[in-house]
Design a protein around this ligand. Structure first.
Ligand SMILES: Nc1nc2c(ncn2[C@@H]2O[C@H](COP(=O)(O)OP(=O)(O)OP(=O)(O)O)[C@@H](O)[C@H]2O)c(=O)[nH]1
Ligand SMILES: [Mg+2]
Length: 286
């Protein structure tokens, strides 16, 4: 299975993002706490240059808390400013971080006796919760959010308060996802459009990964007794465990695949992080 998805709107979005960059004081890069490194777009950093920026590991409610703490330490050791967040909950800490990151500008303005609007920009791969975060900061549901990639199609400014404006941007992937492990994991968290994927094979590799990453949670949820199973035998056991059977007691593999992906994405199997700092071969992993 070779995963690649770089629709035309993303190339255009990247151009438009570049154009807006000179107008912003702070860049808020959002990634998914379940996949903190592979859900960062390597194409973005060179664009951002010396902008004030910080990283938000969003959807922390779906990730393993100890793993998120480990990632925080690792990013800090790399000289990054980082915070975890749950975009659907109040984000006071994030608001403070925007103001801190724009502190120099604010101090310069204050010295001149003026107070100008701070402009922030939210960037990241599709479906990590960029629009949700802006809605929470604004205390309004002005931006459309949905649990699929490619919802936001154009840059849009949202006023957060009298002196703060934040721009939402479309989720951006990079043109060549050379690393297929990362690409698969991006697909597990629904950053890549399902229609370009082979759902069954994707679910199968997810099942095998979960069996290694969180064997107890996975085996419990799908009533798998033999945790040495792999491949189709594993998917069949999952179907039997949950009673997904068609006529004659044959496992309904399509249903099993869809349910597994849906349940993982919604965090129903448990709080599972897909990658840890050590496996990235830090510090030159990107
Ligand atoms: N569990 C959980 N769900 C979240 C969180 N933040 C956002 N979501 C959900 O994730 C889905 C995607 O959110 P969006 O805000 O549309 O994501 P986006 O990054 O703007 O996506 P694109 O515009 O498609 O790039 C929605 O269903 C949100 O409700 C979070 O912290 N935890
Ligand atoms: Mg969006």
């Amino acid at each position: 299975m070779n995963i690649g998805w770089y629709p035309g709107h993303m190339a255009k979005a990247k151009r438009l993002l570049k154009e807006q960059l000179s107008r912003v004081d702070v860049v808020i890069e959002v990634c998914d706490a379940r996949l903190p490194l592979s859900s960062r777009n390597p194409d973005l950093l060179p664009l951002l240059g010396h902008k004030n920026r910080f990283l938000v590991m969003n959807k922390a409610d779906l990730a393993n808390p100890a793993a998120t703490a480990g990632w925080s330490r690792w990013f800090l050791s790399q000289g990054e400013t980082v915070t975890e967040a749950v975009g659907t909950r109040p984000l006071r800490q994030l608001r403070r971080m925007v103001e801190d990151a724009a502190g120099d500008r604010m101090a310069r303005d204050a010295a001149r006796g003026v107070r100008r609007t701070i402009r922030g920009m939210v960037v990241g791969v599709p479906n990590v919760g960029k629009s949700t975060i802006i809605n929470s900061l604004a205390g309004a549901r002005s931006l459309r959010t949905e649990d699929r990639p490619g919802v936001t199609r154009a840059n849009q400014w949202v006023r957060i308060s009298e002196y703060l404006e934040i721009m939402d941007s479309p989720g951006l992937l990079w043109p060549r996802l050379e690393d297929q492990t990362a690409a698969r994991r991006l697909a597990y968290i629904a950053a890549i459009r399902d229609q370009v994927l082979d759902t069954y094979n994707l679910a199968l590799t997810l099942a095998e990964e979960l069996l290694l990453l969180a064997p107890d949670l996975f085996a419990q949820r799908y009533r798998i007794e033999d945790t040495t199973l792999r491949g189709q035998a594993l998917m069949e056991a999952l179907c039997r465990g949950r009673g997904f059977l068609i006529k004659g007691g044959v496992p309904d593999l399509d249903r099993g695949a869809t349910v597994l992906l849906d349940e993982f994405r919604a965090g129903r199997i448990g709080r599972i992080t897909l990658e840890m700092p050590l496996e990235t071969g830090a510090p030159d992993a990107r």
